[in-house]
Design a protein around this ligand. Structure first.
Ligand SMILES: C[S@@+](CC[C@H](N)C(=O)[O-])C[C@H]1O[C@@H](n2cnc3c(N)ncnc32)[C@H](O)[C@@H]1O
Length: 402
């Protein structure tokens, strides 16, 4: 007769093998080394209290800790995202790697990648999380991973310089200690929030600045401590409709924008293709002259007040009393979609025209994957920044399109 423990282990092994196959099928992982790491580390040993099917679901996070409002402050990240970020990091045997934001599992994957000659340090700001990570790492046989309780904003100077630094909480800016803690040829992989959207960006050192090699949409719990985001403003227009901006030059006049939504909608089609939404969104948020994000709830969308593009948040062009945002419709000729603009308020016509021009420019000149080059320039912003440049606390994000 088989002991229950044996069958549970076989079940977990089978689910892990399925997960690795699915990660490969979905191109989240592509290299032999990352594939071998995912096959080797028993993911369920880092979430012993969670059901196996949740633990091994590619796109699910596993809750670890919540705040007083029930919001996650720590989760085991989804395997799909971990795979993407480890591929971005390009970790090789013998490297010295720092992970900021802990849990144990990702650190164990990194330990597999660096091997016996490499070193892994993982830092978390939360004592419960780091203690739990320590227990899970020891239990799963990864006692050599160093765990540190600290605010990762200061890096972990004792172990520097690092060949790779991987941040696993959404960062509003790049801490100076992450750059100074990188080795000369080092790489920083960080989920960086720019104009309200978070992308995992792999940055290589390029002299004093950082040059982004790749960028992928990512969702993460927010960074706490010194580096926590404080700049994001969220303004309620009415129940179920908010606008957000982290650009202090953008005035969000809630009563006037709310009144605008009650004026008749102006709809303008661009005759330009709509696809690659993450690429288009990056272009729009960095090139719209006065930009915010418009979010609406499902019942507001169902009422017909705003389009479905607002459900996940859509780049909006705002003025004192008017607002314009992107929509789309099926294109019968091509079988794809065409982008368009909905605008409300006294300046609807002018805002819609500006927005449509950007949709056309993107579609005609930049509509492909990886068209943007993202740089991080440390140091204070000098004077008024041109479009494509976003001031941060410790530097400037500069995006150009080819
Ligand atoms: C998504 S979880 C990390 C997941 C983990 N890497 C894994 O193996 O799945 C994000 C973690 O970042 C931590 N964190 C948030 N702000 C931090 C900071 N300033 N310094 C260090 N850790 C931080 C949170 O406590 C949380 O545990």
């Amino acid at each position: 007769m088989t002991a229950p423990d044996d069958s549970a282990v076989r079940n977990a092994d089978r689910l892990r093998a399925d997960m690795v196959r699915a990660l490969l099928d979905q191109d989240a992982i592509t290299s032999e080394s990352v594939t071998a790491a995912f096959a080797a580390v028993p993911r369920h040993r880092f979430a012993p209290e969670a059901p196996l099917d949740l633990v091994y679901d590619l796109h699910s996070t596993v809750p670890v800790k919540k705040d007083a409002h029930g919001l996650d402050t720590s989760v085991m990240s989804a395997a799909h995202l971990q795979g993407v970020m480890l591929e971005q990091a390009g970790i090789r045997p013998g490297m010295n790697v720092l992970e900021i934001g802990s849990g144990g599992y990702n650190a164990a994957l990194i330990q597999e990648l660096v091997g016996g000659a490499g070193e892994v340090t993982t830092v978390d700001i939360d004592r419960d999380v780091i203690d739990r990570a320590r227990r899970c790492l020891d239990d799963a046989g990864y006692g050599q991973v160093k765990t540190v309780l600290a605010d990762g904003e200061s890096g972990a100077a004792d172990g520097a310089p690092y060949d790779r630094i991987i941040v696993t909480a959404a960062a509003w800016d790049i801490a100076p200690a992450w750059i100074s803690g990188l080795a000369g040829e080092g790489r920083l992989v960080v989920p960086l929030t720019v104009r309200g959207t978070t992308r995992s960006i792999a940055f290589d050192r390029d002299g004093e600045s950082l040059l982004g090699r790749s960028y992928r949409l990512a969702r993460f719990v927010p960074m706490q401590g010194q580096g926590a985001a404080k700049e994001e403003r969220t303004v309620l227009l009415r129940d179920g409709v908010v606008v957000q901006s982290d650009d202090d030059r953008v005035r969000l006049n809630a009563p006037a924008l709310n009144r605008a939504l009650d004026t008749p909608r102006l709809l303008r089609w661009s005759q330009a293709a709509y696809d690659l939404p993450d690429e288009l969104e990056l272009y729009l948020t960095l090139n719209l002259p006065s930009t915010a994000r418009l979010h609406a709830s499902r019942n507001i969308v169902d009422s017909g007040l705003v389009e479905a593009s607002t459900l996940l948040g859509v780049p909006a062009l705002v003025s004192e009393d008017s607002i314009a945002y992107r929509t789309r419709r099926e294109n019968d000729d091509t079988g794809g979609f065409e982008s368009g603009v909905v605008a409300h308020g006294p300046q609807a016509e002018a805002l819609a025209r500006q927005y449509v021009e950007l949709l056309q420019t993107w579609a005609h000149h930049h509509r492909r994957r990886g068209a943007a080059e993202i740089r991080y320039l440390p140091g204070p912003a000098q004077g008024a920044l041109p479009r494509g440049m976003v001031p941060k606390r410790h530097g400037v994000v500069a995006v150009t399109w080819h």
